[in-house]
Design a protein around this ligand. Structure first.
Ligand SMILES: [Zn+2]
Length: 353
């Protein structure tokens, strides 16, 4: 066959195909899909290649039960898992595909949802607060001991700094006498714990890492540190982000809130108090990946607004009244014994027996 004849046949076939497609709506749809697909696949391939980082998204005190991706400074969460959270009923127009799954941009979803989400988009921290009320068996005596610094470097009020050697002797005394140092988070199981006692350290001083933490590791003992988050990485006497993270990851130290600034909460407006309680929560979650559930009122000062906010964002509130805490009492006014530098092991014994 001559080449020009072949050319005409090819042209006719092309016209036929083109005309046929134009007349058939089904074919038209097919055509548009095949036209779109490569683009989407290309986009997906690009999205698959973009490096993703982890971030913190907590629902109540639990980590989000689905995939999280931080890509290009935006935070995405798996759509299917998000749909199981009734509070997040808003919309997000920004989506992303990865590994065959659809992800939704979390910031926009949170902003358009009819609920409160604590967000720190800069650090990638999202907390959907849910009221936490622990079921704690009643009538159990749980002495809570309040310390501050553990150091012989007395740069502040002397009584605030317990000697490291005395701290170790006190812990040895507790263990030798059958006490079990626990966290507040263990209280729902208090009925199964032998002679529970809670060791707390206020303010978040660096000596808690340098002096106290090695003792806790040596005896495998649990403690709680109440951190003033405004001082982290800022005050040279205070704990750093890395130190807090390491202690939290060790499984021995529970990192909890002592507000952002350590101001007297009872002297602040409701807005200021809300900032102190929620910002510190986000600050600590950004470091530990865990939602702080206990608030320690600075200098033991609080008012009705503080208690209302504490109930909204925390499971327990701690003061410093120098009394024995018995489970079943108001969980937002937990008493503690103040242990000073001059206190002997005998003093501790007299408090807790
Ligand atoms: Zn304090």
């Amino acid at each position: 066959m001559k080449f020009w004849k072949l050319g005409i046949i090819a042209l006719c076939l092309t016209c036929l195909t083109a005309c046929g497609k134009a007349q058939e709506p089904v074919l038209e749809l097919e055509q548009s899909i095949t036209k779109e697909l490569p683009q989407t696949q290309q986009e997906e391939a690009l999205q698959e290649e973009m490096p993703a980082a982890e971030f913190t998204f907590l629902v109540g005190s639990q980590p989000f039960d689905g995939g999280c991706l931080e890509i290009g400074g935006k935070h995405f969460a798996e759509k299917e898992s998000l749909e199981k959270i009734p509070e997040l009923n808003g919309k997000s127009s920004i989506t992303l595909y990865r590994g065959g799954k659809e992800y939704v941009e979390l910031g926009e979803l949170c902003r358009t949802s009819d609920c409160e989400v604590l967000m720190d988009e800069e650090r990638g921290v999202y907390i959907l607060p849910r009221e936490q009320h622990w079921q704690i068996p009643e009538g159990y005596e749980v002495p809570v001991l309040m310390y501050h610094g553990v150091s012989d470097d007395l740069w502040g009020m002397t009584e605030l700094f317990v000697r490291p050697s005395v701290m170790e002797a006190q812990i040895q005394y507790l263990l030798d006498n059958g006490y079990t140092p626990i966290w507040f988070e263990d209280l729902p199981n208090v009925d199964k714990i032998e002679k529970p006692v809670i060791l707390t350290y206020d303010d978040g001083y660096m000596d808690n890492y340098l002096e106290l933490f090695p003792i806790l590791q040596k005896y495998n003992v649990k403690a709680t540190i109440f951190v003033v988050t405004g001082t982290i990485d800022y005050n040279p006497r205070s704990l750093t982000t890395e130190q807090i993270r390491e202690m939290s990851d060790s499984g021995l130290v529970s990192i909890q809130s002592h507000t952002v600034s350590h101001g007297y909460l009872n002297a602040q407006t409701p807005e200021e108090q809300k900032y102190e309680l929620t910002k510190s929560k986000v600050d600590l979650a950004a470091i530990t990946g865990k939602d702080p559930c206990v608030i320690c009122y600075p200098s033991g000062r609080f008012n009705d607004t503080t208690l209302e906010l504490a109930k909204q964002y925390y499971a327990m509130g701690i003061n410093m009244d120098g009394l024995l805490y018995v489970t079943g009492e108001d969980p937002y006014m937990v008493d503690r014994f103040y242990i000073r530098r001059q206190d002997s092991v005998g003093t501790i014994a007299s408090y807790i027996q």
